[in-house]
Design a protein around this ligand. Sequence first.
Ligand code: PEP
Ligand code: MG
Length: 577
Amino acid sequence: MTFTIRGIAVSSGIAIGRAVMVASGRADVAHYFVDESQVSAELARVKDAKNTVVDELIRLQHTLVMREAKDAPTEIAAMMDVHMMLLQDQTLQDGVMHWITERHYNAEWALATQFEVLARQFDEMEDEYLRERKGDLEQVVERVLKVLQGKPSVLPHVAESQGEDAALVLVAHDLSPADMLQFKDSVFAGFVTDVGGKTSHTAIVARSMDIPAVVGARTASQMISQDDLIIIDGDAGEIVVNPTAETLALYRDRQQIAILEREHLKLLKHTITVTKDGQAVELLANIERPEDTAAAIEAGAVGVGLFRSEFLFMGRDGKLPDEEEQYAAYTMAVKGMQGLPVTIRTVDVGADKPLDAQTSRDQSHLNPALGLRAIRWCLAEPDMFRTQLRAILRAATHGQIHLLIPMLMSAGEIQLALKQIELARDELDQRGVAHGAVKLGAMIEIPAAAIALPLFIKYFDFLSLGTNDLIQYTLAIDRADESVAHLYDPLHPAVLHLIASTIRQCQEAGIGVSVCGEMAGDVSMTRLLLGMGLRCFSMHPSQILSVKREVLASNAAQLAKLAKKVLRSDDPASLLK
Ligand code: PEP
Ligand code: MG
């Protein structure tokens, strides 16, 4: 049956492919295709892993029998029997074999996929006892996955999806930003998640992958089944499930047009970014990993305006990267930008970017967006913070680094942060380790900071407007909550007033100002921001050429008049159509 699901559009384009259901906790399972020649080896891996688990279970049962005379509860022995039975179940085995031989999924992926298929069947069972066996199946699958993960394929590789019909799109209830990042460079052609808002960090990572994505699709992961053919319309925020032949043909045409348009845009790569009336504009890149600098250079970025360094810290079960690891990562980013400046933002974990699943659970009863996030966490963990600062200062010997601090709001915090930078330099001096000069910047992303801007101008070399958070905190809208996503309004007069006054005051003071929130990469906002006087935009590499096209077609002097009108209007959106 064909049907359409609506969600929030986060990354434009059309993706057409078979649905792969990924459970939130199972995103770390490797997803890659194996070659035809590897299929039998992959099947053997599953068989070996299964046999290992069978041996484990037999050993466990044996231990229980030995203890039975004393105190071993008989339910445990019964549970072992159930696990053994599930492990030998033919539907599980046949399913796994199908995904490997027919679809060429690697063993872990095949097992996780078949689990999702069976889990649905368990959910639909009338009998409560049988329904509850899903938990047992999950435990058994976890055991096999663990064994498999200890014995990776001989030839793990990220193969290309094989032809259009074999394209795959990922469907999940929720994915953390760290999980999402794992799918960068993966086999998936598109993403759908049930939860998330347009500027949630999961959405931001999806957008950075430059493949169509829809978030906030509510019950999509329940309505879509494994292997359904789906169309993701990343512009309209729609998902068409099991489309008719006509609908499919229509979307295939649109997909082709979008591909041609992208090819056409590439011609602008070397064009200097100036408005029609000669105003030079800088287009910088937002990155999550040092290797993303390749895409930044490819798109013609003139630097990195935001390196979200927290992605080096997330999803590591609390084992934070040490100074050497960070130094290597920042140096790689600096070298990757070939002499162009790199703005490294100090770690900004918290809220919808938890360090790991445990922290996320620990904070579930609080309001983490207002909690110990970003610089607040760094100042509470000064050793961790200085480790990062030392790594950044050392990497600055290899090229231009701008150091950017997130979420600052008061003079006290600014002074404490600057003190830590000074201490980090002293520590390097004491160790006799070389370090370089950096420009210092602050994110303006809390209304208090935008209102008390002179304070920030006094202490910093440059400021960067984090509009994602500025909107969240000004309007009291959780950016990650799809139930209030319709109220998240970048054009609210209060938001526009804060942005415009920050840009104006920076210009008057003669210090650099950029926007690095998602507004900077949204072409529908380019003219307004230019009109407000913004000359430095930082965005995902994939957005740079579209924004450049908009800048090239703009007249800054005329847009200044438009911006004035917009700022006086009760209904700014109507003036920007
Ligand atoms: C912002 O808040 O606009 C920003 C760029 O930072 P992040 O999205 O990582 O919070
Ligand atoms: Mg922010």
